[in-house]
Write a protein that binds this ligand. Structure first.
Ligand code: ZN
Length: 42
């Protein structure tokens, strides 16, 4: 039941909030955004 619920949700696995889609992963997700900024700063 728990696994099925997890697979059915579209919540972002990284930050736990927001929808897991490209816009979120690359622009909205605070975890991905911070990582992207950090990588670009190098
Ligand atoms: Zn996220």
């Amino acid at each position: 039941m728990l696994l099925k619920k997890l697979t059915n949700t579209t919540a972002c696995p990284r930050c736990g909030s927001g929808a897991e889609n490209m816009d979120h992963l690359f622009r909205e997700c605070p975890v991905s955004v911070s990582c992207t900024i950090f990588c670009c700063a190098l």
